[in-house]
Write a protein that binds this ligand. Structure first.
Ligand SMILES: O=C(O)CCC(=O)C(=O)O
Length: 287
């Protein structure tokens, strides 16, 4: 990445990400990449992976579609992940020395869909742990603040271990159940963010294609949906892993559960992330 890209992440962005847990970078992905991703998404919708699910279908037939890890078979997604500035943006925002790719996810809502993603954190579901983990939420169409993903500012530094949502309840598919046992003393019940919105510092933005909200995977986030009747929402999301990340096999709640594929390629709990499954796609130049 040249000087132009480097200036896309300022010290103020890095500081904001560190203190707030999220930063919205404006116009950092150019229109050609958005077009590549739209083509990829059209192919993905036509041909979902075995992880493709409808999280919502209302009485008018409006839907919220979810799929993940499609980069393994979608050449458009793969090209974006390997060749766009996204890896470097994630690495610079996290102030890391290197960045590995973890997986992609899409959230596609048809016009007027109201479904709001329940508030949750990402890291407790993952087969890795670390502070240097982030997600990059990228709308491929304009989105109003009231329909964009929302974040509880600063929650990436909260120390409670919250029992998370069972997203399997949304699909009613047995394969998706990710139950966190909330009778377990170690889990704190998840706070009722939606019911007590005034008590939390919730942020979101009007966003355009080319903008990216990069957030720490420990951030509490949710919402989105709530679309005006003529508005759809197409979101491409990538997850990135930085310096302190280690393989972690959890007894509960993993989604995606990479235990098997990690074991197959020789990764064990405590290992640094790597291999062709999680390619290192950016490294800070030594000074
Ligand atoms: O866009 C959405 O509705 C959900 C996004 C989300 O939860 C995530 O990116 O982790």
């Amino acid at each position: 990445m040249g000087e132009k890209q480097r200036s896309l992440v300022s010290q103020a962005d890095i500081d904001r990400y560190s203190s707030d847990g999220v930063v919205c970078l404006r116009q950092v992905i150019d229109a050609d990449w958005i077009e590549v991703l739209k083509q990829g998404m059209a192919a993905n919708l036509e041909n979902p992976s075995e992880r493709g699910r409808l999280w919502d279908r209302d009485e008018q037939g409006r839907t919220c579609f979810y799929d993940s890890q499609s980069w393994l078979h979608n050449e458009h997604y793969r090209a974006f992940i390997e060749d766009s500035p996204m890896a470097e943006l994630a690495g610079r925002v996290m102030a890391c020395d290197g960045v590995n790719f973890f997986f992609d996810a899409v959230f596609v809502r048809t016009p007027g869909n109201q479904f709001r993603t329940p508030f949750h954190q990402d890291e407790p579901y993952w087969s890795v742990s670390g502070f240097d983990t982030c997600s990059a939420w990228m709308p491929l169409v304009p989105v109003e603040k009231k329909s964009a993903l929302e974040f509880v500012r600063g929650s990436h530094r909260w120390t409670e271990r919250f029992a998370q949502q069972n997203f399997g309840a949304l699909t009613a598919d047995e394969r998706d159940q990710v139950v966190f046992d909330d009778s377990d003393q170690e889990w704190t019940p998840f706070p009722d963010i939606e019911g007590r919105r005034d008590e939390f510092d919730i942020v979101s933005w009007d966003m355009e294609p080319g903008d990216v909200a990069i957030f720490n995977a420990r951030m509490i986030h949710g919402g989105s949906g709530n679309l005006a009747p003529e508005r759809d929402l197409k979101v491409f999301n990538t997850q990135w892993l930085g310096d302190d990340v280690r393989v972690t096999f959890r007894p509960e709640g993993m989604d995606p559960d990479h235990t098997e594929v990690m074991t197959e390629v020789g990764l064990s709990p405590g290992d640094r992330i790597g291999t062709h499954l999680y390619p290192k796609l950016w490294q800070r130049a030594s000074s």
